[in-house]
Design a protein around this ligand. Structure first.
Ligand code: SAH
Ligand code: SF4
Ligand code: F3S
Length: 439
Protein backbone atom coordinates (compact mmCIF):
# COMPACT_ATOMS: atom_id res chain seq x y z
CA UNK A 1 0.00 0.00 0.00
CA UNK A 2 1.21 3.52 -0.81
CA UNK A 3 1.87 5.93 2.05
CA UNK A 4 1.09 9.66 2.18
CA UNK A 5 1.97 12.65 4.30
CA UNK A 6 0.57 16.19 4.38
CA UNK A 7 2.64 19.21 5.39
CA UNK A 8 0.35 22.02 6.51
CA UNK A 9 1.27 25.69 6.86
CA UNK A 10 -0.92 28.61 7.87
CA UNK A 11 -4.25 28.96 9.60
CA UNK A 12 -6.97 26.61 10.82
CA UNK A 13 -8.68 26.93 7.44
CA UNK A 14 -5.69 25.13 5.95
CA UNK A 15 -5.57 22.64 8.82
CA UNK A 16 -9.16 21.71 8.09
CA UNK A 17 -8.56 21.51 4.33
CA UNK A 18 -5.72 19.10 5.11
CA UNK A 19 -8.08 16.95 7.17
CA UNK A 20 -10.37 16.76 4.13
CA UNK A 21 -7.51 15.99 1.74
CA UNK A 22 -6.37 13.24 4.13
CA UNK A 23 -9.92 11.84 4.07
CA UNK A 24 -9.79 11.67 0.25
CA UNK A 25 -6.46 9.85 0.29
CA UNK A 26 -7.73 7.40 2.94
CA UNK A 27 -10.66 6.52 0.71
CA UNK A 28 -8.24 5.98 -2.20
CA UNK A 29 -6.50 3.36 -0.05
CA UNK A 30 -3.42 5.39 0.75
CA UNK A 31 -2.06 4.97 4.28
CA UNK A 32 -1.05 7.91 6.45
CA UNK A 33 2.54 8.21 7.68
CA UNK A 34 3.80 11.03 9.86
CA UNK A 35 7.19 10.94 8.16
CA UNK A 36 7.26 12.74 4.77
CA UNK A 37 10.58 11.09 3.95
CA UNK A 38 9.05 7.60 3.88
CA UNK A 39 5.92 8.69 1.99
CA UNK A 40 5.13 7.84 -1.66
CA UNK A 41 2.98 10.95 -1.92
CA UNK A 42 3.35 14.30 -0.14
CA UNK A 43 0.86 17.16 -0.19
CA UNK A 44 2.18 20.60 0.76
CA UNK A 45 -0.75 22.75 1.86
CA UNK A 46 0.70 26.24 1.70
CA UNK A 47 0.19 29.68 3.26
CA UNK A 48 1.14 33.05 1.85
CA UNK A 49 0.26 35.40 4.65
CA UNK A 50 3.83 36.70 5.14
CA UNK A 51 7.01 36.64 3.08
CA UNK A 52 8.63 34.31 5.58
CA UNK A 53 5.97 31.70 4.66
CA UNK A 54 6.92 31.99 0.95
CA UNK A 55 10.60 31.51 1.74
CA UNK A 56 10.04 28.48 3.93
CA UNK A 57 7.89 26.92 1.23
CA UNK A 58 10.43 27.32 -1.58
CA UNK A 59 13.18 26.01 0.72
CA UNK A 60 11.14 22.91 1.44
CA UNK A 61 10.22 22.45 -2.23
CA UNK A 62 13.93 22.34 -3.08
CA UNK A 63 14.47 19.49 -0.62
CA UNK A 64 12.07 17.23 -2.51
CA UNK A 65 14.24 17.30 -5.66
CA UNK A 66 16.49 14.51 -4.38
CA UNK A 67 13.62 12.38 -3.15
CA UNK A 68 12.10 12.58 -6.61
CA UNK A 69 15.47 11.72 -8.18
CA UNK A 70 15.76 8.56 -6.06
CA UNK A 71 12.15 7.50 -6.47
CA UNK A 72 10.54 8.31 -9.81
CA UNK A 73 7.15 7.11 -8.55
CA UNK A 74 7.15 9.66 -5.73
CA UNK A 75 4.34 12.21 -6.15
CA UNK A 76 4.54 15.81 -4.90
CA UNK A 77 1.36 17.89 -4.70
CA UNK A 78 1.07 21.60 -3.94
CA UNK A 79 -2.13 23.25 -2.79
CA UNK A 80 -3.41 26.01 -0.52
CA UNK A 81 -2.98 29.76 -0.78
CA UNK A 82 0.36 29.99 -2.64
CA UNK A 83 -0.83 28.59 -6.00
CA UNK A 84 -3.75 31.04 -5.96
CA UNK A 85 -1.19 33.60 -7.14
CA UNK A 86 -0.14 33.41 -10.81
CA UNK A 87 3.43 34.52 -10.06
CA UNK A 88 3.88 31.54 -7.73
CA UNK A 89 2.47 28.99 -10.20
CA UNK A 90 4.84 30.37 -12.85
CA UNK A 91 7.79 30.08 -10.47
CA UNK A 92 6.89 26.48 -9.58
CA UNK A 93 6.51 25.57 -13.26
CA UNK A 94 9.80 27.24 -14.22
CA UNK A 95 12.07 26.31 -11.33
CA UNK A 96 10.59 23.25 -9.63
CA UNK A 97 9.82 20.83 -12.45
CA UNK A 98 9.52 17.90 -10.02
CA UNK A 99 6.12 19.08 -8.75
CA UNK A 100 3.42 16.68 -10.04
CA UNK A 101 0.08 18.19 -9.06
CA UNK A 102 -0.98 21.77 -8.30
CA UNK A 103 -4.45 22.67 -7.12
CA UNK A 104 -5.93 25.71 -5.38
CA UNK A 105 -8.27 26.60 -2.56
CA UNK A 106 -11.37 26.30 -4.79
CA UNK A 107 -10.44 23.02 -6.45
CA UNK A 108 -9.74 20.75 -3.47
CA UNK A 109 -12.64 18.50 -4.54
CA UNK A 110 -10.85 17.78 -7.83
CA UNK A 111 -7.80 16.32 -6.13
CA UNK A 112 -8.76 12.62 -6.46
CA UNK A 113 -9.32 13.07 -10.21
CA UNK A 114 -6.08 14.97 -10.68
CA UNK A 115 -4.24 12.19 -8.87
CA UNK A 116 -5.87 9.50 -11.01
CA UNK A 117 -4.95 11.39 -14.19
CA UNK A 118 -1.38 11.90 -13.01
CA UNK A 119 -1.03 8.16 -12.29
CA UNK A 120 -2.56 7.20 -15.64
CA UNK A 121 -0.73 9.66 -17.89
CA UNK A 122 2.46 10.48 -15.95
CA UNK A 123 1.78 14.12 -16.83
CA UNK A 124 1.77 17.15 -14.52
CA UNK A 125 -1.76 18.16 -13.46
CA UNK A 126 -2.75 21.75 -12.64
CA UNK A 127 -6.21 22.98 -11.67
CA UNK A 128 -6.71 26.42 -10.20
CA UNK A 129 -9.62 28.82 -10.45
CA UNK A 130 -9.54 32.42 -9.23
CA UNK A 131 -12.82 32.29 -7.36
CA UNK A 132 -15.73 29.92 -7.00
CA UNK A 133 -19.30 30.40 -5.90
CA UNK A 134 -19.56 26.69 -5.16
CA UNK A 135 -19.25 25.51 -1.56
CA UNK A 136 -17.67 22.08 -1.28
CA UNK A 137 -18.20 19.90 1.75
CA UNK A 138 -16.51 16.55 2.06
CA UNK A 139 -17.73 13.09 2.97
CA UNK A 140 -14.61 11.70 4.60
CA UNK A 141 -12.49 13.76 6.92
CA UNK A 142 -9.50 12.47 8.84
CA UNK A 143 -9.82 14.57 11.98
CA UNK A 144 -6.72 15.28 14.01
CA UNK A 145 -8.73 14.72 17.21
CA UNK A 146 -11.69 12.46 17.93
CA UNK A 147 -13.15 14.76 20.57
CA UNK A 148 -12.97 18.09 18.79
CA UNK A 149 -13.58 19.31 15.27
CA UNK A 150 -13.11 22.28 12.98
CA UNK A 151 -16.25 23.27 11.07
CA UNK A 152 -16.21 25.76 8.21
CA UNK A 153 -19.10 28.20 8.32
CA UNK A 154 -17.85 30.85 5.89
CA UNK A 155 -15.30 30.75 3.09
CA UNK A 156 -13.28 33.65 1.71
CA UNK A 157 -13.16 37.28 2.78
CA UNK A 158 -14.59 40.56 1.46
CA UNK A 159 -12.78 42.93 3.76
CA UNK A 160 -9.66 43.73 1.78
CA UNK A 161 -7.56 44.95 4.68
CA UNK A 162 -4.83 46.74 2.73
CA UNK A 163 -1.99 44.52 4.02
CA UNK A 164 -3.70 41.16 3.52
CA UNK A 165 -3.44 38.55 0.77
CA UNK A 166 -6.36 36.38 1.95
CA UNK A 167 -9.17 37.98 -0.16
CA UNK A 168 -7.02 37.23 -3.23
CA UNK A 169 -6.26 33.63 -2.28
CA UNK A 170 -9.60 32.57 -0.80
CA UNK A 171 -11.98 34.61 -2.96
CA UNK A 172 -15.26 36.30 -2.03
CA UNK A 173 -17.03 35.53 1.21
CA UNK A 174 -19.68 32.80 1.14
CA UNK A 175 -21.72 31.47 4.07
CA UNK A 176 -22.97 27.90 4.36
CA UNK A 177 -26.58 27.52 5.43
CA UNK A 178 -27.31 27.31 9.14
CA UNK A 179 -29.16 24.02 8.62
CA UNK A 180 -26.22 22.50 6.80
CA UNK A 181 -23.77 23.52 9.54
CA UNK A 182 -26.07 22.26 12.31
CA UNK A 183 -26.54 18.95 10.47
CA UNK A 184 -22.76 18.52 10.23
CA UNK A 185 -22.25 19.30 13.93
CA UNK A 186 -25.02 16.89 14.99
CA UNK A 187 -23.38 14.17 13.00
CA UNK A 188 -19.97 15.02 14.51
CA UNK A 189 -21.48 14.88 17.99
CA UNK A 190 -22.80 11.38 17.26
CA UNK A 191 -19.25 10.49 16.33
CA UNK A 192 -17.89 11.54 19.75
CA UNK A 193 -17.06 15.21 19.14
CA UNK A 194 -17.73 17.43 22.18
CA UNK A 195 -16.02 20.66 21.09
CA UNK A 196 -16.52 22.48 17.78
CA UNK A 197 -14.63 25.47 16.41
CA UNK A 198 -16.67 27.42 13.87
CA UNK A 199 -14.26 28.57 11.22
CA UNK A 200 -14.06 31.52 8.85
CA UNK A 201 -11.88 34.55 8.11
CA UNK A 202 -14.63 36.72 9.55
CA UNK A 203 -17.14 34.37 11.18
CA UNK A 204 -19.32 37.09 12.60
CA UNK A 205 -20.33 38.32 9.16
CA UNK A 206 -21.99 34.90 8.64
CA UNK A 207 -25.36 35.41 6.92
CA UNK A 208 -27.11 32.48 5.30
CA UNK A 209 -29.70 32.37 2.49
CA UNK A 210 -32.53 32.33 5.04
CA UNK A 211 -31.27 35.46 6.78
CA UNK A 212 -29.80 33.70 9.82
CA UNK A 213 -26.81 35.50 11.33
CA UNK A 214 -23.87 34.32 13.43
CA UNK A 215 -25.65 34.68 16.77
CA UNK A 216 -28.57 32.57 15.42
CA UNK A 217 -26.05 29.90 14.50
CA UNK A 218 -24.41 29.88 17.95
CA UNK A 219 -27.83 29.61 19.62
CA UNK A 220 -28.70 26.60 17.44
CA UNK A 221 -25.37 24.85 18.04
CA UNK A 222 -25.81 25.49 21.77
CA UNK A 223 -28.92 23.27 21.64
CA UNK A 224 -27.06 20.21 20.34
CA UNK A 225 -27.06 17.75 23.21
CA UNK A 226 -23.66 16.12 23.15
CA UNK A 227 -21.74 19.28 22.24
CA UNK A 228 -20.12 20.70 25.39
CA UNK A 229 -17.97 23.53 24.03
CA UNK A 230 -18.35 26.04 21.18
CA UNK A 231 -15.47 28.18 19.89
CA UNK A 232 -15.04 30.35 16.82
CA UNK A 233 -12.17 31.81 14.78
CA UNK A 234 -11.80 34.63 13.70
CA UNK A 235 -14.10 37.50 14.45
CA UNK A 236 -13.77 41.04 13.11
CA UNK A 237 -14.44 44.03 15.41
CA UNK A 238 -16.48 45.82 12.74
CA UNK A 239 -19.09 43.02 12.74
CA UNK A 240 -19.45 42.39 16.48
CA UNK A 241 -23.16 42.80 17.20
CA UNK A 242 -24.94 43.14 20.53
CA UNK A 243 -26.71 39.88 19.64
CA UNK A 244 -23.38 38.10 19.52
CA UNK A 245 -22.26 39.65 22.82
CA UNK A 246 -25.50 38.43 24.42
CA UNK A 247 -24.66 34.87 23.37
CA UNK A 248 -21.92 34.97 26.02
CA UNK A 249 -24.68 35.54 28.58
CA UNK A 250 -27.23 33.07 27.18
CA UNK A 251 -25.27 30.15 25.70
CA UNK A 252 -23.59 28.16 28.44
CA UNK A 253 -21.56 26.13 25.93
CA UNK A 254 -19.95 29.16 24.29
CA UNK A 255 -16.39 29.18 25.67
CA UNK A 256 -15.39 32.28 27.63
CA UNK A 257 -12.85 33.39 25.07
CA UNK A 258 -12.79 35.65 22.04
CA UNK A 259 -10.02 36.16 19.53
CA UNK A 260 -10.59 39.70 18.32
CA UNK A 261 -7.74 41.04 16.18
CA UNK A 262 -7.18 44.76 16.76
CA UNK A 263 -4.07 45.12 14.51
CA UNK A 264 -3.18 48.63 15.77
CA UNK A 265 -4.03 51.05 18.57
CA UNK A 266 -3.93 54.11 16.33
CA UNK A 267 -6.92 55.43 14.39
CA UNK A 268 -4.98 56.72 11.38
CA UNK A 269 -3.21 53.37 10.95
CA UNK A 270 -6.52 51.50 11.33
CA UNK A 271 -8.01 53.76 8.64
CA UNK A 272 -5.15 53.05 6.26
CA UNK A 273 -5.43 49.34 7.03
CA UNK A 274 -9.10 49.60 5.94
CA UNK A 275 -10.33 48.04 9.17
CA UNK A 276 -13.60 50.03 9.53
CA UNK A 277 -13.47 50.61 13.30
CA UNK A 278 -11.58 52.95 15.58
CA UNK A 279 -9.89 52.48 18.93
CA UNK A 280 -12.90 53.78 20.91
CA UNK A 281 -15.22 51.32 19.19
CA UNK A 282 -12.80 48.46 19.93
CA UNK A 283 -12.64 49.43 23.61
CA UNK A 284 -16.42 49.73 23.75
CA UNK A 285 -16.77 46.13 22.48
CA UNK A 286 -14.34 44.90 25.14
CA UNK A 287 -16.26 46.71 27.89
CA UNK A 288 -19.56 45.22 26.72
CA UNK A 289 -18.08 41.72 26.53
CA UNK A 290 -16.60 42.02 30.04
CA UNK A 291 -19.92 43.30 31.34
CA UNK A 292 -21.87 40.21 30.22
CA UNK A 293 -18.97 37.80 30.87
CA UNK A 294 -16.57 39.27 33.47
CA UNK A 295 -13.92 36.53 33.18
CA UNK A 296 -13.87 36.31 29.38
CA UNK A 297 -10.34 35.84 27.98
CA UNK A 298 -9.45 38.17 25.12
CA UNK A 299 -6.72 37.51 22.61
CA UNK A 300 -5.74 39.53 19.58
CA UNK A 301 -3.48 39.99 16.55
CA UNK A 302 -1.20 43.00 16.19
CA UNK A 303 0.92 44.19 13.27
CA UNK A 304 3.94 46.44 13.84
CA UNK A 305 5.72 48.48 11.20
CA UNK A 306 2.75 49.08 8.89
CA UNK A 307 3.84 51.54 6.16
CA UNK A 308 4.07 55.09 7.55
CA UNK A 309 3.69 54.02 11.21
CA UNK A 310 5.41 56.71 13.32
CA UNK A 311 6.91 56.02 16.73
CA UNK A 312 3.99 57.87 18.37
CA UNK A 313 1.47 55.80 16.40
CA UNK A 314 3.26 52.65 17.52
CA UNK A 315 3.15 53.88 21.14
CA UNK A 316 -0.64 54.13 20.81
CA UNK A 317 -0.63 50.37 20.19
CA UNK A 318 1.47 49.80 23.34
CA UNK A 319 -0.95 51.98 25.32
CA UNK A 320 -3.95 50.03 24.05
CA UNK A 321 -2.36 46.74 25.08
CA UNK A 322 -1.63 48.07 28.55
CA UNK A 323 -5.18 49.34 28.87
CA UNK A 324 -7.07 46.30 27.53
CA UNK A 325 -4.89 43.69 29.27
CA UNK A 326 -5.06 40.94 26.68
CA UNK A 327 -4.72 37.31 27.72
CA UNK A 328 -2.50 36.73 24.73
CA UNK A 329 -1.62 38.22 21.36
CA UNK A 330 -0.13 37.03 18.10
CA UNK A 331 2.30 39.75 17.10
CA UNK A 332 3.48 40.19 13.52
CA UNK A 333 6.04 42.30 11.71
CA UNK A 334 4.35 43.88 8.69
CA UNK A 335 5.30 41.96 5.57
CA UNK A 336 4.54 43.51 2.16
CA UNK A 337 2.50 41.09 0.02
CA UNK A 338 2.78 41.69 -3.73
CA UNK A 339 -0.60 42.68 -5.17
CA UNK A 340 -2.00 44.19 -1.96
CA UNK A 341 -2.43 48.01 -1.72
CA UNK A 342 -0.16 48.48 1.33
CA UNK A 343 2.78 46.89 -0.47
CA UNK A 344 2.79 49.99 -2.72
CA UNK A 345 2.30 52.56 0.07
CA UNK A 346 5.07 55.13 0.58
CA UNK A 347 7.17 55.14 3.73
CA UNK A 348 7.77 51.44 4.17
CA UNK A 349 9.40 51.06 7.60
CA UNK A 350 13.04 49.87 7.69
CA UNK A 351 13.54 46.33 9.02
CA UNK A 352 15.64 47.50 11.96
CA UNK A 353 12.86 49.74 13.29
CA UNK A 354 10.23 47.04 12.69
CA UNK A 355 12.27 44.57 14.73
CA UNK A 356 12.87 47.07 17.55
CA UNK A 357 9.16 47.78 17.77
CA UNK A 358 8.38 44.07 17.63
CA UNK A 359 10.66 43.42 20.63
CA UNK A 360 9.10 46.24 22.66
CA UNK A 361 5.64 44.99 21.78
CA UNK A 362 6.39 41.37 22.65
CA UNK A 363 7.72 42.35 26.06
CA UNK A 364 4.51 44.18 26.97
CA UNK A 365 2.25 41.47 25.54
CA UNK A 366 4.12 38.80 27.51
CA UNK A 367 3.83 40.81 30.74
CA UNK A 368 0.11 41.05 30.20
CA UNK A 369 -0.23 37.30 29.45
CA UNK A 370 1.70 36.32 32.58
CA UNK A 371 -0.32 38.69 34.77
CA UNK A 372 -3.58 37.23 33.41
CA UNK A 373 -2.38 33.63 33.80
CA UNK A 374 -1.27 34.28 37.40
CA UNK A 375 -4.89 35.03 38.26
CA UNK A 376 -5.64 31.33 37.71
CA UNK A 377 -3.09 30.05 40.25
CA UNK A 378 -4.69 27.92 42.99
CA UNK A 379 -7.96 27.83 41.06
CA UNK A 380 -9.62 24.71 39.66
CA UNK A 381 -10.30 24.88 35.92
CA UNK A 382 -12.01 22.32 33.68
CA UNK A 383 -9.61 21.16 30.95
CA UNK A 384 -10.56 19.29 27.77
CA UNK A 385 -7.66 16.87 27.38
CA UNK A 386 -5.98 16.61 23.96
CA UNK A 387 -3.46 13.93 24.92
CA UNK A 388 -0.04 13.49 26.52
CA UNK A 389 2.14 16.60 26.69
CA UNK A 390 4.91 16.59 24.06
CA UNK A 391 7.27 18.40 26.44
CA UNK A 392 6.88 15.94 29.34
CA UNK A 393 5.20 12.61 28.67
CA UNK A 394 4.28 12.20 32.33
CA UNK A 395 1.93 15.15 31.92
CA UNK A 396 -1.36 15.57 30.09
CA UNK A 397 -2.17 18.60 27.98
CA UNK A 398 -5.37 20.38 27.02
CA UNK A 399 -7.24 23.67 26.93
CA UNK A 400 -9.29 25.42 29.55
CA UNK A 401 -12.55 27.04 28.52
CA UNK A 402 -10.72 30.36 28.12
CA UNK A 403 -8.27 28.71 25.70
CA UNK A 404 -5.25 28.56 28.03
CA UNK A 405 -2.81 25.75 27.41
CA UNK A 406 -2.76 23.61 30.57
CA UNK A 407 -0.27 20.83 31.32
CA UNK A 408 -1.06 18.65 34.32
CA UNK A 409 -0.33 15.48 36.25
CA UNK A 410 -2.91 12.83 36.94
CA UNK A 411 -2.80 9.37 38.53
CA UNK A 412 -5.34 8.15 35.98
CA UNK A 413 -4.75 6.88 32.43
CA UNK A 414 -6.60 7.41 29.12
CA UNK A 415 -7.78 10.96 29.73
CA UNK A 416 -7.82 12.09 26.08
CA UNK A 417 -11.19 13.62 25.21
CA UNK A 418 -12.32 13.96 28.85
CA UNK A 419 -13.04 17.23 30.63
CA UNK A 420 -10.92 17.06 33.80
CA UNK A 421 -10.85 19.48 36.77
CA UNK A 422 -7.28 20.76 37.17
CA UNK A 423 -5.84 22.62 40.14
CA UNK A 424 -3.40 25.22 38.77
CA UNK A 425 -0.05 25.24 40.61
CA UNK A 426 2.06 27.51 38.43
CA UNK A 427 1.27 30.08 35.75
CA UNK A 428 3.80 30.81 33.03
CA UNK A 429 3.63 33.19 30.08
CA UNK A 430 2.41 30.72 27.46
CA UNK A 431 1.01 27.85 29.56
CA UNK A 432 -0.01 26.78 33.05
CA UNK A 433 0.96 23.71 35.08
CA UNK A 434 -1.26 21.85 37.51
CA UNK A 435 -2.61 18.50 38.69
CA UNK A 436 -5.93 16.78 38.47
CA UNK A 437 -8.13 17.86 41.35
CA UNK A 438 -9.37 14.80 43.19
CA UNK A 439 -10.92 16.52 46.21
N1 SAH B 1 -9.22 36.95 9.12
C1 SAH B 1 -8.50 37.19 10.28
C2 SAH B 1 -7.01 37.10 10.18
C3 SAH B 1 -6.37 36.29 9.14
S1 SAH B 1 -4.64 36.47 8.96
C4 SAH B 1 -8.87 38.56 10.76
O1 SAH B 1 -9.14 39.44 9.99
O2 SAH B 1 -8.79 38.77 11.92
C5 SAH B 1 -4.03 36.39 10.62
C6 SAH B 1 -3.25 37.61 11.03
O3 SAH B 1 -2.10 37.75 10.25
C7 SAH B 1 -3.98 38.93 10.85
O4 SAH B 1 -4.88 39.20 11.87
C8 SAH B 1 -2.84 39.91 10.84
O5 SAH B 1 -2.51 40.34 12.13
C9 SAH B 1 -1.67 39.09 10.28
N2 SAH B 1 -1.32 39.52 8.92
C10 SAH B 1 -2.08 39.43 7.81
N3 SAH B 1 -1.41 39.94 6.75
C11 SAH B 1 -0.20 40.35 7.21
C12 SAH B 1 0.95 40.97 6.61
N4 SAH B 1 0.97 41.28 5.32
N5 SAH B 1 2.02 41.23 7.39
C13 SAH B 1 2.01 40.92 8.71
N6 SAH B 1 0.96 40.35 9.33
C14 SAH B 1 -0.13 40.07 8.60
FE1 SF4 C 1 -7.30 39.50 5.85
FE2 SF4 C 1 -8.71 41.50 6.80
FE3 SF4 C 1 -9.93 39.46 5.62
FE4 SF4 C 1 -8.78 39.10 7.97
S1 SF4 C 1 -10.52 40.45 7.54
S2 SF4 C 1 -8.61 37.77 6.21
S3 SF4 C 1 -7.00 40.45 7.87
S4 SF4 C 1 -8.59 40.93 4.65
FE1 F3S D 1 -2.31 31.56 5.18
FE2 F3S D 1 -4.22 31.22 3.44
FE3 F3S D 1 -4.74 30.91 6.00
S1 F3S D 1 -2.64 32.77 3.36
S2 F3S D 1 -3.29 32.30 6.98
S3 F3S D 1 -3.39 29.68 4.80
S4 F3S D 1 -6.11 31.72 4.46
Amino acid sequence: MKKYNIITYGCQMNEHDSENIAGMLDSMNYIYTDNPLEADLVVMNTCSIREHADKRFFGMLGQFKNIKKNNRDFILCICGCMPQQDRIVEEIKNSFSWVDIIFGTHTIGEFPNLLKKRLETGKKQISIVGDSSKICTFENTRRLFKHKALVNITYGCNNFCTYCIVPYTRGREKSRSLDDVVREIKSLSEDGVIEVTLLGQNVNSFKDINGNDFSDLIREVNKIDRIKRIRFMTSHPKDISDNLIECYRDCEKLCKHIHLPVQSGNNEILRRMNRHYDVDRYKEIILKLRKVCPDIAISTDIIVGFPGESDDEFKDTLDLIKEVQFDSAFTFIYSPRPGTPAADFDNQIPDKIKHERFDRLTEIVNESSLRKNKMLENKIVPVLVDGKSKRNNKMWTGRSEDFKLINFFSKRENLTGEIVPVLIDEAKTFSLDGREDIS
